[in-house]
Design a protein around this ligand. Structure first.
Ligand code: NAD
Length: 295
């Protein structure tokens, strides 16, 4: 079992820590929120007093932070975790951040003789609680081999996507496709409403025809056809509009950096940005149906 420093104990990090402890790991936990640290100690973690303190004397440091600037601050600037950890330690950043910052952090870690992966997740808060997250990892094969058994205590599908930054690249590509598919399904159902076709009938037909996709069959944006989808709970998140917008902006940034042609991604970003600015950031992202249908 490993001694793990865990930094960032929010909606995702909190339950991930619980699963690490349940698997027998020793966890030194830190968050700038005192309440989050208290919850982690109730789950069995040791309360660290700073990010630097969480990294002191451990073999592995895992971060689950909001964005690239927080990752940079924890590893290299304010907490200087990369300078504190023992030589040869393993660093795993599970936050969703931009590819450039992820690659730069891994390069800095390797210069110091540390193993590091970018390992963003999908599966949401439910997946974090159930220990069924999907991890998309970027970095050296040796780092992945060390991380895989630890990630397996928090997730079900653990992928090595490629070199440094490949995990973040996989994540933004996936969520770009998901956003566009959710908009496509919403447009189809909004048109169907205007044409007077029953939603359940349209679902029965489309879900067995060529437009079938996860956004339709597992997360249908109109209430009714899929009982577990957020549309049946007034679009209670789930995966919020704000989070989808964050990931679309990361996809836009990545597209700009490599000059990729992503016109539908650009339009999806504008639609989610407008919907978020109208006070809908906290709704599930499938609520984009309301924006499209004008309801
Ligand atoms: P969150 O805001 O609930 O948690 C982030 C935590 O980081 C907060 O508790 C915050 O206090 C803490 N923090 C910020 N700066 C810190 C610092 N310098 N030192 C220590 N702690 C610090 O966010 P979340 O929902 O847990 O998401 C975390 C990451 O996972 C994000 O990058 C997000 O995009 C990604 N993600 C979230 C979901 C989801 O459904 N929530 C799904 C997939 C990926």
């Amino acid at each position: 079992m490993s001694k793990i420093g865990f930094i960032g104990l929010g909606n995702m990090g909190g339950p991930m820590v619980s699963n690490l402890i349940a698997a027998g790991h020793e966890v030194r936990a830190f968050d700038i929120s005192v309440e989050a640290v208290t919850r982690a100690t109730e789950a069995g973690a040791y309360a660290a007093t700073s990010g630097a303190d969480a990294a002191d004397g451990v073999d592995v440091v895992i971060t689950m932070l909001p964005a690239g600037k927080h990752v940079q601050s924890v590893f290299l600037e304010d907490d200087k975790v990369m300078d504190i950890v023992a030589p040869g330690s393993l660093l795993i950043d599970c936050s969703t951040i931009d590819v450039v910052t992820a690659r730069a952090a891994i390069s800095e870690a390797e210069k110091r003789g540390l193993d590091m992966l970018d390992a963003p997740v999908s599966g949401g808060i439910g997946g974090a609680q159930a220990g069924t997250l999907t991890f998309m990892c970027g970095g050296a094969e040796t780092a992945f081999a060390r991380a895989e058994p630890i990630l397996r205590t928090m997730g079900k599908n653990i992928f090595h996507a490629g070199d440094a930054g490949a995990g973040q690249a996989a994540k933004v590509c996936n969520n770009l496709m998901l956003a566009i598919q959710m908009i496509a399904v919403s447009e189809g159902f909004a048109l169907g409403d205007k044409l007077g076709i029953d939603r359940q009938k349209l679902f029965d037909i489309a879900s067995t025809a060529t437009s079938q996709c996860w956004a339709m069959t597992s997360y249908c944006p109109v209430p009714g056809p899929v009982p577990t989808s957020p549309s049946n709970r007034d679009y209670e998140a789930g995966f919020t509009v704000a989070m989808m917008l964050k990931d679309l902006l990361l996809a836009r940034e990545a597209s700009g950096e490599v000059d990729a042609n992503t016109p539908l991604g650009a339009q999806a970003t504008d639609m989610f940005a407008t919907f978020a600015a109208d006070g809908n950031e906290g709704l599930d992202f499938s609520a984009i149906f309301k924006h499209i249908a004008g309801t």
